[in-house]
Design a binder for this molecule. Structure first.
Ligand SMILES: [Cu+2]
Length: 218
């Protein structure tokens, strides 16, 4: 649930440099499916969390930096827009974040069977897809956002997790902790580094895809 630990590569040493306040692109993909990020039947929100890297994902360390659900004007969920965008998800690093090494955890939650709670019906429930990337955040920020433990942020019968996609009157409430928003006045305006982490992302993508494929076959 943290970083899809079944596929965690303990030898991973690459750390992608990124300036606080800049926007990076995380590439999602499904092996053998061209540029699509996830099965077109899988509708739901996209979320992003960060935590200090030294915590290794454990404890009350995760803070949410992004959440995107249903787009009323496009009439599409974030996962659908992600497919439209060939799997590229833009993630903005909080501008006031204290520099240091972090894990970035991006996540897709598919709600296509989330009208029934997992547990009441083991074939149903929300589906979770996630992956972590190591980042070195630069800048002059000082913010240390309040963190939360994963697992623990979602409840199988909680808001945003138990949800009927076909209920057009239902308002979607994002699951998990409140969104951390960068405070004012400490943005560095630094220039984002050029993309040098392409190779690493591709490798991670492959291992994630294997897991996703297994999950879809379940
Ligand atoms: Cu699935």
């Amino acid at each position: 649930m943290v970083c899809r630990t079944e596929n965690m590569d303990p030898s991973a040493t690459d750390i992608c440099p990124v300036a606080a306040g800049s926007t990076i692109k995380v590439l999602w993909g499904e092996s053998g499916k061209g540029t699509r990020a996830i099965s077109p039947s899988h509708w739901g929100p996209c979320l992003a969390y960060m935590s200090p890297m030294e915590a290794n994902g454990k404890g009350n360390v995760w803070f949410k930096i992004a959440e995107e659900g249903y787009d009323e004007s496009a009439k599409k969920w974030c996962t659908q827009k992600l497919n439209d965008n060939k799997g590229y998800m833009d993630v903005t690093i909080p501008a006031d974040l204290k520099p240091g090494n972090y894990l970035l955890r991006t996540e897709l939650i598919s709600l296509h069977e989330a009208d029934r709670e997992f547990g009441a019906d083991p074939s149903a429930g929300a589906q979770y897809y996630q992956n972590c990337i190591q980042l070195k955040v630069t800048g002059t920020g000082t913010a240390v956002p309040t963190g939360f433990a994963i697992p623990g942020i979602y409840k199988k019968d909680g808001p945003g997790i138990l949800f009927d996609l076909l209920d057009t009157k239902a308002k979607y409430v994002f699951p998990g902790p409140p969104l951390y928003k960068s405070g004012s006045g400490s943005s560095t305006g630094a220039t984002p580094p050029t993309k040098i982490c392409t190779k690493r992302q591709t490798r991670k993508k492959r291992s994630r895809n294997a897991a996703k494929k297994r999950r879809d076959e379940m």
